[in-house]
Design a protein around this ligand. Structure first.
Ligand code: PLP
Length: 392
């Protein structure tokens, strides 16, 4: 008999995918422009020109057998060097020998968790959290421990401190955050580092920090601080999916901080986990592309304009939400306690909003505003009618 757990995972589509498929069906029936699909975090702005330019140059100049051949498992030496230089240039700690290119943040997290965790270990996540964390953590044989963020969706340090015990292997932080848009400040992260250091001392081994950073550059106020500079036992899990609008190309990296306890052994475990999981190497063409586009981004101004328009209009209509400081999501309080029921009601107006339950807390919906501006403009009267139902 085949693996029932995998069958179950394959059969139960995520709530987000479910809504997305529902939206596609509605679009077929009603026309694209009449459905307001805010379900997926699929970047709506094109990749920056440097991406296409670099692909064209590589195709013209590099012989195909070199361009498309296997690379060494951790990635091309020149790509690893470029990434480490970039991380150091933005204030982080990095070493080319400890950089491992991956197929995006999902692969970075899966590999890093497999490298770190033994059966029975615990990994702390901050709720609300990216729903796939549960699959990645449990797949690595560990247990997800959810700690609620505070009311502004920032870190509740006391609660994190209380959740750490002898089995805690790591804490995952995701800033800028999906689904809340929170960006953790330097003081906040330094305070988290102090909590982890103190816990590490008591345990006699460190609690690692996994910095899940696919939205690193997507901030609307201050920049996201470099976590590896603030806490020595940091493993950065990065992706170019959002910054360069390349989610389908599957490219990212893991950077184990040189200051991590057992950094080289941990990096060997990363390589072992990549091997065990069958990744072989990250896409060769895109390793070459991203190493030339480090620090560049797609047009993030479009997201800022979407955020301002949507946040301004929704709060004016009476919706409650914390202003997002980064990423491209608005996390809105459901006007009824049952967010799933609210999301169902929103469908009446062709509004596709993701209920927050799968993010580990109830009572909210997530709106992905990485969509065309016209979609937001056309959706506003629907949002207004929807909240009107609760006033009446
Ligand atoms: N982590 C978070 C917080 C995300 O929002 C996403 C994707 O939306 C990922 C990881 C996975 O990113 P990737 O597409 O690079 O695998």
């Amino acid at each position: 008999m085949f693996n029932r757990e995998m069958q179950k995972l394959g059969e139960e589509r995520s709530v987000i995918r479910e809504l997305f498929e529902y939206g596609n069906e509605r679009k077929r029936l009603l026309g694209e422009e009449n459905v307001f699909d805010f379900s997926l975090g699929n970047p709506s702005v094109p990749a920056p020109a440097c991406v296409g330019g670099e692909i064209a140059r590589l195709l013209a100049e590099v012989p195909p057998e070199r361009l498309h051949g296997y690379t060494s498992a951790p990635g091309l030496p020149e790509a690893r060097r470029a990434i480490a230089d970039h991380l150091r240039a933005i204030g982080g700690r990095a070493d080319p020998g400890l950089v491992y290119l991956t197929c995006g943040a999902s692969a970075s997290l899966t590999i890093a968790l497999h490298a770190l965790c033994n059966a029975g270990d615990e990994v702390i996540v901050i709720a609300p959290f990216f729903p796939e964390y549960r699959i990645f953590i449990e797949g690595a044989g560990a247990k997800l421990v959810s700690v609620k963020a505070d009311e502004t969706f920032h870190l509740d340090l006391q609660a994190i401190g209380r959740a750490i015990n002898g089995r805690t292997k790591a804490v995952i932080v995701n800033s800028p955050n999906n689904p809340t848009g929170a960006v953790y400040g330097e003081e906040e992260l330094s305070a988290l580092a102090s909590v982890l250091r103190a816990a590490g001392k008591v345990r006699g081994e460190p609690v690692y920090l996994l910095a899940d950073e696919p939205y690193r550059e997507l901030t609307y106020g201050s920049k996201a601080p470099c976590i590896s500079a603030l806490y020595e036992h940091t493993v950065v899990c990065y992706s170019f999916s959002k910054s360069l609008s390349l989610p389908g190309e599957r490219i990212g990296y893991i950077a184990v901080s040189p200051s991590c306890a057992g950094a080289e052994a941990l990096f060997a475990a990363v390589a072992g986990a990549g091997r065990r999981l069958g990744f072989v190497c990250a896409p060769a063409l895109f390793q070459r592309v991203v190493m030339k586009c480090l620090g560049r981004t797609a047009d993030l101004e479009a997201y800022r304009q979407n955020r301002d328009l949507l946040y301004g209009a929704l709060t004016q209509y009476g919706y409650e939400c914390v202003p997002p400081e980064g990423a491209f999501y608005l996390f809105v309080k459901s006007p009824q306690p049952d967010a799933k029921a609210f999301s169902e009601r929103a469908k009446k107006y062709e509004l596709l909003l993701v209920p927050s339950d799968s993010f580990g807390i109830g009572g909210y919906v997530r709106i992905s505003y990485c969509v065309a501006r016209e979609t937001i403009e056309r959706s506003l009267s629907a949002f207004q009618k929807l909240i009107g139902e609760y006033r009446g």
